[in-house]
Write a protein that binds this ligand. Sequence first.
Ligand code: SP5
Ligand code: ZN
Length: 345
Amino acid sequence: MQVFYNDRHPLHHGRHEMFRGELVPCFEVPERADFVLQALRARAIGDIVAAPGIGIDVLARVHARRYLEFLSTAWDEWVALDPRNAGRDALPSYWPIRTFRSDVLPASFPARMGLFSFDAGSPLTAGTWEAARWGGACAAAAAGQLLAGARSAFALTRPPGHHAGHDFFGGYCFINNAAVAAQCLRDGGMRKVAVLDIDYHHGNGTQAIFYERADVFFASVHGDPLTEYPYYLGHADERGAGAGLDCNLNLPLPKGTGFADWRKAMDFALRRISAYGAEALVVSLGLDTFEGDPISGFRLASADYLRVGEDLAAAGLPTAFVFEGGYAVADLGLHTVNVLEGFLQ
Ligand code: SP5
Ligand code: ZN
């Protein structure tokens, strides 16, 4: 399996995220990808290569141009506000909810920061744009492998992507890597593509990007948003809209769910993907379903990830894995490699 590793990922290195009124150390740290890389090397899973660069047009297939423009200049604008900001992460303080206008682009940088985000837990740092856009390149390259006939590929990158929407960041995500991969598969000639999101948190960004489209099916198994982040999306009655009606499947599960019930939900999602007629699959591979994850609530054990990979392989589709969440940092390598090994058996 080709592994497209984003070696620029450490350029994104948030220090703090806002949590319950205080700044706490980030859960989404560079060591996450380092542990996965080490495990891939130790167990000789695949060829670890760099992705070729992509133009902004590839990202603009799923993101708004004005959002990409914002991301590309955000750090410089943040530092221009106050030179001392060079030593601080950028976090939003204002949001234009509901009745506010979002059609007028504010001149104020802090106002744009809020326009293009939905939480204060996703610090933007000096190298965020560089790291995030090369993540998009890894996702595009993984899609390219499938288009060239490969059975599987893996985009190993951070920051993660599935919470990032058409024009917003949040949930530690800036560029939606899985959406980039799915769109590249479509643009490369696959007629129907599915995204299966198995991160603990609902992939609100991916869902929103494809919600009214019939050519990309989105399925997600996740913690019930009534109690779990990202809270405002991911309910079972969200079935898609317009041409995309019944091309969206949410399977929220209660906090505390163990592997037996989780596996039934994933297998149901795979059956729906098969019935839909997908020609290729993108897996948003979050490993925060692990029982030891510090911010999540499912109870998967380390060996369960082998079964996850086997079940995904049984779907029989060309599959691009895209790395998402997972915060039990030292165990991430083992779990990621277990999924991939289970898939390749
Ligand atoms: C990609 C991904 O997994 N994003 C998740 C973003 C979650 N952000 C909210 C984190 C809330 C932290 N809760 C800490 C609980 C400590 N007991
Ligand atoms: Zn997550």
